[in-house]
Design a protein around this ligand. Structure first.
Ligand code: RIB
Ligand code: CA
Length: 320
């Protein structure tokens, strides 16, 4: 059999309409081999993120992708959710059928550990779209995986852009700062997609309409999700469209040149309540601390939406 040259990824996620866009982009892209999807509590509680991950797989006609349930809350803190943005279900917008595909029995962090140990070293990429609890638990349970992970590409944090759940912190990091601290100290190569990037990829009316015009059921459902999801940020920021955060992670794997940034030292605030979850990014190199993340700051927004829309167009056939 010809060598499989696809890039192996695990998507850790708290769907979330923008998570749905990221998962659909990944499943529509032949360059990627999605080993599994691990659900984590975040935008909505775990029972809903686990449900939503399976709904998205079924929309993509990919019931073959295993979905695993992970952490029902942060390592040490009470869960904070974001129904005010995503709606009560986490995927408000379209009318969606309940999933019929089963959850896997194996726990998410156990699946992450097993996948990394069973596959070649440096062959598995972790795509983190929510709070980092599952990945932190995997690192706690099997520290030896840190040297085997190809890289972690994560949506999280902010620096010049500030925060979105507090003035200082972005939601994914804010929910579980201790988990983020473990991940950023792990030594695993990290690519960070902060609000500084994601606030530049707005679901403008024109862009959402292009997706709505696509023939597949998945694209139509996503366009209705985005119309719901964007309203909160449109009102907050006064913009045409809302930031499409999570697909930046997958777009980076497909077309890294869409993004630009620099290697920086990033540390996570875990002690202060005022700045809990702040990603302290040493963009100007004033600390002399070793860089531990490629921090992205700019993106070709038109190129990003061309990629997303073209993959949604070619990736799914079901029309009804
Ligand atoms: O702050 C935005 C991030 O928090 C996105 O990943 C969104 O889905 C929520 O998880
Ligand atoms: Ca998310």
């Amino acid at each position: 059999m010809a060598d499989d040259t696809r890039q192996k990824i695990i998507i850790d996620t708290d769907p979330g309409q923008d998570d749905a866009a990221a998962i659909l982009l990944a499943l529509a892209s032949p360059e990627l081999d999605v080993l599994g999807i691990t659900a984590v509590a975040g935008n909505v509680p775990l029972d809903l993120t686990a449900r939503n991950a399976r709904i998205i797989c079924e929309l993509a006609e990919r019931r073959d992708v295993p979905v695993f349930a992970g952490a029902a809350g942060p390592l040490t803190r009470p869960l904070v959710t974001a129904e005010h943005v995503h709606g009560k279900s986490g995927l408000d917008g379209p009318a969606l059928d309940e999933p019929t595909m089963a959850m896997q029995v194996e726990d998410a962090s156990a699946f992450i550990v097993r996948s990394i140990l069973e596959n070649e070293e440096q062959s598995v990429t972790l795509c983190a779209l929510g709070p980092l609890t599952n990945i932190a638990e995997a690192l706690h349970d099997a520290p030896e995986i840190a040297g085997r992970v190809r890289e972690i590409v994560l949506m999280g944090g902010g620096f010049f852009e500030g925060g979105n759940i507090t003035p200082a912190a972005e939601f994914n990091i804010y929910v579980d700062p201790e988990a983020a601290d473990i991940v950023f100290r792990s030594g695993i190569p990290i690519v960070m997609m902060p609000l500084d990037v994601t606030h530049k990829v707005l679901t403008t009316r024109v862009r959402t309409e292009r997706i709505a015009q696509l023939p597949s059921r998945a694209a139509k459902a996503l366009s209705e999700m985005l119309l719901f999801f964007e309203r909160f940020d449109e009102e907050k920021y006064g913009t045409d469209g809302g930031p499409l955060h999570d697909p930046c992670v997958i777009a980076y794997l497909l077309k890294p040149d869409l993004f630009s940034g620099r290697m920086c030292n990033v540390e996570i605030e875990t002690m202060s309540e005022l700045t809990r979850g702040m990603t302290v990014v040493d963009w100007w190199g004033v600390t002399g601390q070793a860089a531990n993340a490629m921090v992205m700051r700019d993106v070709d927004a038109e190129g990003f939406f061309e990629l997303l829309t073209s993959r949604l167009d070619t990736g799914f056939s079901r029309r009804d």
